[in-house]
Ligand binder design. Structure first.
Ligand SMILES: [Fe+2]
Length: 208
């Protein structure tokens, strides 16, 4: 992908943006894989979509700094001209809208990564993602929302592109009320068991 960006003489700002969104998408996809192992997610498609979603801004660089959607169709054409499938090229036209009834988990993850890299929260988008995640597990939407909110807060506060070399130190968290400790991976976030059930959910206990 770096080679394609070079051949298209992509502005450095665009390349940095695509890298940042890709790196957030990696963490979202990993988290979904960890928490929802039975949910079918095309991880490679998510990462490809994140890394290419604004490819059309090589044709419309003015949309790097101004609103506009001309880059969407242009980006799809660029990818198709370079031999990518319509299935992979779809992200350039879907990343800015998530209200289709047919929206997929892959598209929602790319759209979310495109917001969270700059710590922007979009309730409508997150609601759609929570719907899909809750439906995949049978758990209550509020439970999935708490988990997602914690993840997005952590990534938004410390996006991969802004972390020190070697990453943030892991600080295991103990949840004495429910004895779920320590958190094995920071991405999993704190215990989500409600206090009414003896849980120890404390947002301030996030591990980063
Ligand atoms: Fe973007």
């Amino acid at each position: 992908m770096a080679e394609l960006l070079r051949s298209l003489e992509a502005p450095r700002r665009l390349a940095a943006h695509l890298r940042a969104v890709h790196d957030v998408a990696v963490e979202l996809a990993d988290w979904v894989g960890d928490r929802y192992p039975d949910l079918a997610v095309d991880r490679n498609a998510v990462l490809f979509g994140a890394a290419t979603h604004d490819m059309g801004k090589t044709v419309h660089p003015e949309e790097l700094s101004e609103p506009g959607s001309a880059h969407e169709a242009a980006g799809r054409d660029v990818l198709l001209e370079h031999g990518f499938t319509t299935d992979l090229a779809r992200f350039v036209t879907t990343h800015a809208s998530w209200d289709s009834p047919d929206v997929t988990i892959e598209e929602l993850l790319v759209s979310t990564a495109d917001k969270i890299w700059k710590d922007k929260r979009v309730p409508d988008l997150e609601d759609r993602l929570v719907q899909v995640l809750a439906a995949a597990t049978g758990r209550e939407p509020w439970e999935e929302y708490l988990a997602l909110d914690d993840l997005l807060t952590q990534i938004g506060t410390h996006p991969p592109s802004a972390r020190p070399p070697g990453g943030l130190p892991h600080q295991p968290v103990t949840h004495p009320a429910c004895l779920l400790s320590p958190c094995p991976r920071w991405r999993l976030g704190p215990c989500l068991k409600p206090a009414a059930q003896g849980g120890g959910y404390v947002a301030a206990a996030a591990t980063v």
